[in-house]
Design a protein around this ligand. Structure first.
Ligand SMILES: Nc1ncnc2c1ncn2[C@@H]1O[C@H](COP(=O)(O)OP(=O)(O)O)[C@@H](O)[C@H]1O
Ligand SMILES: [Mg+2]
Length: 678
């Protein structure tokens, strides 16, 4: 046997399942395959769509953040420029009145919340510092902004300010700038562990005389370290303080190099996460390569969709980054909700599909099951069973064909049964005919052989009997009646005469002389025979009833022989009624109008069943003085007339002998003159 691969085994198992299960499994397989594929691609597509939307938004948010950032720079520039043109400051500068200058500048610095406001002379030497009046005289001619402002330009820039400069510029600035690095797992390693410099938004403007001569440079600035004005403003403008599950959605950060110096990203304790550093990945892209960076990032302790861009100083060097980020969670939840809804709808569709499917399969399978049931019933022989399916589809057609088939089967079966019955009947008929024929042949044979013996014996006995009878009569004539031998001789004569009669009968039976047939009225023959019978004194207490059809046709018969038959039958009937009774004689046409039937019906003792088949045997008698030849002879005679003789008897009730003469015979006989059994 070939080894079947496991796949074929499984397939075979599947094919053996009930139809309904197969249907549902196949549909489920198709649906789940489709579902999984569409879910997979749907998720990816949706993910991409949602996240590209989110990225576009974050990019846009970064642009907004830049606007706020630049606005702040412009504010500082405007303050500086306006104050650079103030007469009071110009005059105090010309007068080198440091005290006044410090007072004037200090007022402006406080009024506009600047961290730094400083004035230099035309050579770049510091004349007055608003925040620290005692610190002056240092040379700032090499400062890029002061140099550019000396060229009569109003300039703005973000600049790194060293610790020494912070010390010079004013009280508390160093402390604000100072930040120890908080260890950040993904950050790029750096040799330092702290930041002492600061990052500042700066603007510088020339102070000029009326005729345009440079008198000095005024510059101001805001230290970004630990200053949350910009980041919070961006958050307010862009994200409007929106929260998701208690967490700020948007976050904005200003980096000095890779260090968070101003942010609204908070740590677990809710503190601003300054002092932490950016991941190495972003560091490489933005700070090293100067590229904007947009993507997912793990910021402090949550995933954000983020955008970073470099901050450059006046010289164009990258000194920091501006960052905006949105919590990823709302998008993830949105995506999950969409997926959940999608899956829910898909599940609902599957359920609806399954319901529809089970209705459809039921509509297919139920009629099939009914048909299976019907075939079983029909197989068990119930051909009247019908499949009740009234659909117009293929199943309906199948059911109708099926019913039609059953109908035909039933008809065929009925025919078969009918035919079987007919056959049985015909076999029965034929068997009966054959048996009768056989009986007839046996009887004929028996009669023929007996006839030969009887004829031999009769012939031999006849002559001695005749001479005994003649001599006895001669002797009787000579004797007187009172003679003592007279009675004995009379007895001898009677008995001998009886013997002669028997011998005569035997000879008659044996010889079966050919019948002398002439047209005869059967009714007349019956009448004459009954007259003879009525004269017999021994049958006086027997009532004879005749029922003869007067319209019977005449038949060709040997009158004396047939009269002998009738006589025999009547005498037998009377002898069967020793205490009297009724003998009915009927003559009529048979129902098929092919025979004349003559019946002899007596109310006598009847014939025991075991005698019936012996009745027509010669010498069968139940009577003490009977010869047993009457019926045997009659049988032979009726045979010679191509007729039949039948007997029916009910012991104790009576007997019916029926003699049938064929009608056709009456006509044909003229031409044939034929032999008995032809
Ligand atoms: N009508 C009848 N009723 C009863 N038995 C009958 C009748 N006819 C004939 N038999 C019986 O058939 C036997 C044979 O009759 P048959 O041949 O006429 O001889 P036998 O009359 O000399 O006895 C009779 O002995 C009798 O037993
Ligand atoms: Mg008799």
């Amino acid at each position: 046997m070939p080894v079947r691969p496991p796949f074929r085994k499984t397939l075979k198992k599947f094919l053996d399942l009930p139809l309904r299960v197969k249907f549902i499994l196949s549909f489920l397989a198709v649906i789940s395959f489709g579902g999984v594929v569409s879910l997979f691609f749907g998720t990816r597509l949706e993910h991409r769509t949602i996240f590209s939307l989110a990225q576009a938004k974050v990019r846009h948010d970064l642009a907004s953040a830049w606007m706020v950032y630049d606005e702040k720079l412009n504010d500082i520039r405007d303050i500086v420029r306006l104050n650079s043109t103030r007469d009071s400051i110009r005059n105090a500068l010309l007068a080198r009145d440091r005290e006044l200058l410090c007072r004037l500048l200090g007022r402006v610095q406080r009024e506009f919340s600047l961290d730094v406001l400083t004035l230099t002379d035309e050579t770049g030497k510091v004349l007055a510092r608003a925040r620290r009046p005692e610190s002056f005289g240092d040379d700032l001619s090499e400062d890029p902004l002061v140099r550019r402002a000396s060229g009569k330009e109003v300039v703005t820039a973000t600049e790194i300010v060293t610790r020494e400069d912070l010390v010079k510029e004013g009280e508390g600035l160093v402390e604000r700038a100072y930040l120890e690095f908080i260890p950040t797992p993904k950050a790029a390693p750096r040799p330092e562990d702290r930041e002492e410099n600061g990052m500042m938004l700066k603007a510088a403007a020339p102070v000029a005389s009326d005729n345009g001569r440079l008198l000095g440079v005024l510059y101001g600035g805001i230290l970004l370290n630990r200053n949350y004005e910009i980041v919070d403003r961006v958050k307010d403008i862009v994200y409007k303080g929106e929260k998701y599950k208690g967490k700020e959605i948007g976050s904005v950060t200003i980096f000095q190099n890779d260090l968070r110096i101003s942010t609204n990203v908070t740590d677990e304790q809710g503190r601003r996460a300054i002092g932490t550093r950016v991941s190495r990945e972003v560091y490489e892209a933005v700070l090293v390569q100067g590229q904007p960076w947009i993507g997912r990032a793990f910021v402090v302790n949550h995933w954000y969709i983020t955008a970073y861009e470099p901050i450059r100083n006046n010289a164009g060097d990258i000194i920091g980054m501006l960052y905006v980020g949105m919590l990823e969670k709302p998008y993830i939840d949105l995506r999950n909700n969409v997926m959940l809804t999608f899956t829910g709808i898909a599940g609902l569709c599957v359920v609806i599909l399954l319901v529809i499917l089970s209705v459809i399969t039921s509509s297919i399978i139920n009629p099939l099951q009914r048909m299976v049931l019907a075939t079983r019933k029909i197989a068990a022989g119930d051909l009247n069973h019908k499949v009740g399916v009234d659909f117009k589809d293929e199943i309906g057609k199948l059911a109708r064909s099926f019913n039609q088939m059953t109908e035909n089967l039933k008809a065929a079966n009925e025919n078969l049964v009918q035919w079987g019955k007919t056959l049985e009947k015909r076999v029965e008929e034929r068997t009966k005919e054959l048996r009768e024929m056989q009986d007839y042949l046996v009887q004929s044979e028996k009669l023929a052989s007996l006839g030969k013996i009887a004829a031999g014996i009769a012939h031999e006995i006849n002559n001695p009997l005749t001479s005994i009878l003649i001599n006895t009569h001669l002797m009787l004539e000579k004797l007187d009646r009172r003679d003592e031998f007279y009675e004995s001789l009379s007895l001898i004569a009677d008995e001998t005469s009886r013997c002669t009669q028997i011998v005569k009968g035997l000879l008659e039976f044996a010889r079966q002389s050919p019948p002398q047939k002439v047209f005869t009225d059967i009714n007349g023959l019956i009448e004459r025979t009954t007259q003879l019978l009525e004269n017999q004194a021994s049958f006086q207490n027997i009532r004879i009833v005749k029922d003869l059809d007067r319209s019977l046709p005449h038949l060709k018969l040997d009158r004396s022989k047939i009269q002998q038959v009738f006589w025999n039958l009547m005498v037998n009937a009377c002898e069967a009624m020793p205490r009297g009774g009724q003998l009915s004689i009927q003559a009529r046409l048979s129902t098929d109008r092919k025979f004349i039937e003559v019946r002899f019906i007596d109310t006598g003792v009847g014939i025991p069943r075991e005698h019936i088949h012996k009745l027509f045997d010669p010498f069968f008698t139940t009577k003490a003085s009977g010869s047993g030849l009457g019926l045997a002879i009659s049988y032979g005679i009726i045979q010679q007339h191509q007729g039949r003789i039948d007997v029916k008897s009910e012991p104790g009730q009576g007997t019916v002998f029926t003699v049938c003469f064929p009608l056709e015979e009456a006509v044909h006989e003229k031409n044939k003159g034929g032999s008995p059994h032809a």
